[in-house]
Write a protein that binds this ligand. Structure first.
Ligand code: COI
Length: 356
């Protein structure tokens, strides 16, 4: 399928790169493709603008929508690097499958993304710690309020120059363990990037914010005993020299940064185990002085050290609230590969060639 291109004649003034925050600014163009009569069609890059939608489109009523998040990095030397983009589009297809949304062609999605970035290339920031956040998403656009899978969809990609996700940057964040609300249950949609998962997390997140915490750590939806994930990240603990992270059990997001960190740890000869982790185990390890580090991983959050956990009045401080040496090493290695400062032995980088 060809991609039609309409250039924006009213280019925006770009924001100050030293104060981007996360997801506040959007570039001059967007990619859209429709699904109609059983096929994806009408791929186009057009000026970024509001969408015109009938108030009865199904996404507005039953939330049939999924998304992804990946980044384009301004590499050392000026080039453009994507980090494992095929993994994001493969995961988007898994989310699509669970939500009865038609599959996308991964190669075509990556080709479309590259074309879009080439057009908005001047938006890829170059200040340290900045990148172009990529938000692909699919929404159900059939008009009607009967409950059934939509027969029409839009696949859209928008781009946003960003800095750090947390205002703390690489300073450790404080996390509140939520034991009242749950995010997801096995058999549900917790393993997908369905928009509904994020809607369901808001109440707990607001509660945590009110108590002075940056994020929520979710427990399993049945026993509320086992650790699942943090609002926008997977979570890792270093206890007695060994790294542990919750196993993928159907209600946890299979993070691409999570997967990359596990691979990096293994290559560095550090033992990493994916298993069920009871929250009591973390408090016990902390009491015994064995909890050395904790950190979150995610595209937006990168590697985010955790300095404090709290649950029902009990608090645990980790590494005196300072970033641990393993978290720092993982951050340096991961971002080193992403920005092209470290050789990509893993073959994780897809470059965007401006001349092709
Ligand atoms: C990402 O890391 O890309 C995410 O999806 C988190 C996002 C909800 C901010």
């Amino acid at each position: 399928m060809d991609i039609k291109i309409e250039h924006n004649k009213n280019l925006k003034v770009k924001p100050d790169q030293s104060n981007l925050g996360f997801g506040k600014y959007f570039t001059d163009h967007m990619f859209i493709m429709d699904y109609k009569n059983g096929a994806w069609c009408d791929a186009r890059i057009i000026p970024y603008a509001p969408l015109e939608l009938d108030p009865a489109v199904m996404v507005l009523h039953y939330g049939q929508a999924v998304f992804e998040g990946l980044k384009c990095y301004r590499a050392k030397g000026g080039g453009l690097n994507l980090f494992r983009p095929e993994k994001n589009f493969e995961r988007l297809n898994k989310s699509d499958e669970r939500l009865c949304i038609p599959q996308l062609d991964v190669d075509f999605a990556i080709k479309s993304l590259k074309e879009l970035i080439k057009i908005d290339e001047s938006w890829v920031p170059s200040e340290p710690g900045t990148s172009l956040y990529i938000r692909p998403f699919v929404i159900a656009t059939e008009i009607g309020v009967g409950v059934h899978p939509s027969s029409e969809y839009m696949f859209i990609i928008i781009l946003s120059p960003v800095g750090a996700y947390y205002k703390e940057g690489l300073n450790p964040v404080k996390i509140c363990i939520e034991n009242e609300y749950v995010r997801a249950v096995r058999g549900g949609i917790g393993f997908t990037k369905a928009t509904a998962n994020y809607a369901s997390s808001l109440k707990g997140q607001e509660k945590a914010k009110g108590l002075g915490y940056s994020q929520v750590l979710w427990l399993d939806g049945v026993e509320r005993k086992y650790i699942e994930e943090v609002g926008t990240m997977n979570v890792f603990f270093k206890i007695g020299g060994e790294v542990i992270t919750p196993e993928l059990n159907g209600s946890i997001l299979p993070g691409i940064t999570r997967d990359s960190v596990i691979e990096m740890l293994r290559v560095h000869g550090i033992k990493v185990v994916e298993r069920k982790i009871a929250v009591s185990e973390i408090f016990e390890a902390a009491r015994e002085g064995k909890l050395e580090e904790a950190f979150g991983t995610g595209t937006a959050a990168v590697i985010s050290p955790i300095g404090e956990f709290s649950m029902g009045g009990e608090k645990v401080s980790i590494n005196n609230g300072k970033i641990g040496s393993l978290s720092q090493k993982l951050y340096d290695n991961l971002t080193g590969v992403q920005y092209g400062a470290i050789e990509d032995h893993f073959n994780w980088i897809t470059t965007i060639d401006m001349h092709v």
